[in-house]
Design a protein around this ligand. Structure first.
Ligand code: PLP
Length: 390
């Protein structure tokens, strides 16, 4: 076992903050009521649910009745995409616009419709991973039902011009959804300011528990529920609410949003230091998304002459937990669809590393990470039959 343990994979998931665990605990024991029950236990659960709904809404600049609690980012994205398309019964097989760099929780539901006769436009991105506004404009059609473009990418961290895209989509009759799973708690997110119709978020990306999230859905935007049963969540998502999880999500969001400015500055300065040290000490490295506005805590680099999974395992043996891309695409041999869309050659994309820091990381860890990475890269390049330094 390595002496040190450094976790720098916060885009995959985060530890639950102690304050969040504390806030959740009573809802597993003394306050265990079902929010739909009529008696005092139920009333207590119902009241805390309403309180959480109001607090989450206020953090997002939304109305409480527009907050739908879900089981996480994947469900929120599926409910947004499938729910909005199913609700448009008057368009038998219409058109959906998304981007080529979305999370699979958006891409797969779009593919699902494509297989059933809908047309899907996947907007290209430039070398920084950004969608071009004129591409959005020209992709829109009379039968476009939904546009879904993510706020912050989970592999590279670039931030899309969501406000501008929302401005283009407004008044076209299409619904605009953004996946803000990686953005909430890291950068300001206000649904009115962004002008979005729907927005997804997930608690476990912001020091909350796994298995709980939110879909914001602006009042008046029609979506068909995917899960039917009881009358929960305004009849848009049946199932007894995960009260403890929702309490945790709410507390985690408050803490993350409250410390966002200071923590963002601290993490971006650590990220910049890490980035410069890697660029100084390792040759043939490309910083992905370098020219875009990025999440403050994330760095994605492609290192020539190394294979991502090998790099990951060697770093893990030194106690460093990082990622090659999204947790979902790790473990496959496919190069990242995000990097490929950004024009990174597949052989270079294979040598990519995502470092995502969080409040548990300290500046003092950077030197050890850089030293370890230098050693690992050297070792892998020495073994590579093809790598020749430029
Ligand atoms: N969307 C993005 C951008 C993500 O990064 C993730 C998780 O990695 C998800 C959606 C899915 O969220 P969850 O893990 O809560 O289902």
């Amino acid at each position: 076992m390595p002496e040190k343990k450094i976790y720098m994979d916060h885009s995959a998931t985060t530890p639950v903050r102690e304050e969040v665990v504390e806030a959740m605990m009573p809802y597993f024991s003394s306050k265990f009521g079902n929010a739909s029950s009529v008696h005092s236990y139920g009333q207590e659960a119902g009241a805390v649910l309403q309180d959480c709904r109001e607090r989450v809404a206020s953090l997002l600049g939304a109305c409480p009745e527009d907050i739908i609690f879900t089981s996480g980012g994947t469900e929120s994205d599926n409910l947004a995409v499938k729910g909005a398309v199913f609700a448009k019964k008057d368009v038998p097989a219409g058109h959906i616009i998304t981007s080529s760099i979305e999370h699979h929780a958006v891409l797969r539901p779009c593919e699902w419709f494509e297989k059933r006769g809908y047309e899907v436009t996947r907007l290209p991105v430039d070398e920084n991973g950004l969608v071009n506004l004129s591409d959005v404009e020209s992709a829109l059609r009379d039968d476009t039902i939904l546009v879904s473009v993510m706020l912050a990418n989970n592999e590279v961290g670039m931030l899309q011009p969501i406000r501008e895209i929302a401005g283009i989509v407004a008044d076209t009759g299409a619904v605009f959804h953004t996946d803000a799973v990686q953005a909430v708690g890291k950068v300001p997110v206000d649904v009115e300011d962004l002008g979005v119709d729907m927005l997804s978020l997930s608690a476990h990306k912001l020091y909350g528990p796994k298995g709980v999230g939110v879909l914001y859905r602006r009042g008046g935007v029609r979506i068909e529920p995917l899960q039917v049963g009881g009358h929960h969540e305004n009849r848009l998502r049946a199932g007894t609410e995960n009260v403890a999880g929702i309490v945790g999500l709410t507390r985690a969001m408050e803490l993350a949003c409250g410390s966002m400015d200071a923590e963002g500055k601290r993490l971006s300065s650590m990220r910049d230091r890490l980035e410069s040290a890697i660029m100084e000490r390792i040759k043939d490295v490309r910083v992905n998304g370098a020219g875009a506005r990025r999440l403050p805590h994330m760095l994605n680099v492609s290192i020539q002459g190394v294979e991502g999974e090998s790099m990951l395992l060697l770093l893990d043996s030194k106690g460093i937990a990082v990622s090659t891309g999204s947790a979902c695409t790790s473990g496959t041999l496919e190069p990242s669809h995000v990097l490929i869309a950004m024009g990174v050659p597949p052989e270079v994309a294979h040598g990519s590393l995502r470092v995502s820091m969080g409040y548990i990381n300290a500046e003092s860890e950077i030197d050890y990470v850089v030293d370890s990475l230098c050693e690992v890269v050297q070792r892998l390049r020495d073994m590579s039959p093809t790598y020749r330094s430029s």
